[in-house]
Write a protein that binds this ligand. Structure first.
Ligand SMILES: Nc1nc2c([nH]c(=O)n2[C@H]2C[C@H](O)[C@@H](COP(=O)(O)OP(=O)(O)OP(=O)(O)O)O2)c(=O)[nH]1
Length: 148
């Protein structure tokens, strides 16, 4: 969404470094994880979500982003992890608040999205954000959520 840079929420990491706050949802159906790419970088796929607006709670931000990007509503969202990684687009340190959720409705990509895929994580031709490869997929595999 469009907003001034100054409104983007910046979280304090464990060190002195500031990191970009991002909230996202791991949505798994039939062993496959939903990933999207933005028009800004159509070849990089990651979880639906985004940066909270100023004063927005993580779950509030997630609900707004899922509606804006896919026209869906999260059901029974639960906090899965806080992940420290590098933001795929900005290339700066990022703190990802990761929820797992089911969704109500069929996801329909909005104009800001370039692509949407359901992946097992084994695809060789899909470029994923580092946070997804290094943290999200291992967490989901550990819990047996993804297809082998
Ligand atoms: N939503 C999301 N963003 C991620 C993930 N992994 C990852 O590196 N990022 C990065 C990509 C971007 O650098 C940043 C989030 O940007 P975004 O473009 O999704 O956020 P937004 O919808 O609020 O975008 P905007 O207002 O800046 O247009 O975090 C992920 O799994 N989900």
């Amino acid at each position: 969404m469009t907003r001034e840079k100054s409104e983007v929420t910046v979280a304090r990491g464990t060190g002195s470094e500031e990191s970009l706050a991002v909230v996202a949802a791991a949505i798994v159906q039939r062993g496959r994880l939903l990933v999207v790419s933005k028009q800004a970088a159509p070849e990089i796929f990651y979880l639906p979500g985004g940066k909270p607006d100023a004063g927005e709670e993580p779950l509030e931000a997630l609900t707004r982003e899922l509606d804006e990007e896919l026209g869906v509503h999260p059901l029974e969202p639960r906090l899965l992890a806080h992940v420290e990684s590098v933001a795929a687009l900005e290339g700066v340190p990022m703190r990802l608040t990761l929820f797992q959720a089911r969704i109500e409705g069929l996801p329909r990509p909005a104009a800001e999205l370039a692509g949407m895929k359901w992946i097992s994580g084994h695809e060789r031709d899909v470029r994923l954000a580092p946070a997804v490869t290094d943290h999200v997929l291992p967490l989901l595999r550990q819990s047996g959520s993804l297809a082998a």
